[in-house]
Design a protein. Sequence first.
Length: 307
Amino acid sequence: MRRVLLWLAGNAWLREHLPRFGFAKRAARRFMPGERLDDALAAGLAFQGDGIGIILTRLGEDVTSAAEADVVAAHYEEVIERLATDGIDGYVSFKLTQLGLEQDPERAYERCDRLAQRAAAHGSLVVIDMESSRLVEPTLALYERLLAAHPGSGICLQAYLRRTAADLQRLVPRHPFVRLVKGAYREPEDVAYQSPREVDASYVSLATTMLQAQASGDRVGIGLGTHDIALIDLIEAHARAVGLDRTAFEVEMLYGIRLDQQRRLAREGYRVRDLISYGEAWYPWYMRRLAERPANVVFALRQVVPW
């Protein structure tokens, strides 16, 4: 089922046509509060009383012109300002292809640098999302440059990629902030682990590497992008084993998933953030969310055939 869902995520015809239907939009609301920035900010404000911060990301990727990339960058500047104005504990996360990485890497860096400057002026940060494996190296190269200019900036790494352990070793001496996720793109076996057991083992190993770096005095920020409570418990035990407490990392979960657990973890002293996505270009992102946890397909089907 995961392979089918990932194939559907990449289908151009479905990407163009399916989002027009009301039942598809209703299903997508499982994971996003709406398509507008105001929808996302209102949802984020509601989390503040629970002690849960937010991450905002506008859906969409693969811009085709400098003008489109400039529009995206201007939008994220607005988001950074709105978070500060509204007093919301949050930061932005974006894909470099949204900023024109594939058209002009230098211009993409300039846009990213401007966003990082704007965030820093408000005591915040920016985090770069990771995309498919073919974009890992250019993304890391740009991130290393950004991190040198803006310490504390973040990057997303994917545990299912076989190269990630080496990428992490490359980044740790530079004191990164790393959001660690399992990975949601369709990748071949020689590039990515295929079985859930292998992916989980890689996830724990990578998290432990970062905790050990922290315990040794390295400034490594950790965001655990997972809904797997068993993994969180295991990583928290590793933190205690090296003399750290549960504030050594953030727990980052998606909007609409395990909110009861998000609130419980926040009450128990974990640092928790809810990742809120919004925007019109939600179809491929939504299908990848279903692929991460195919049990969510049942929810989607209920929007088509209620029972």
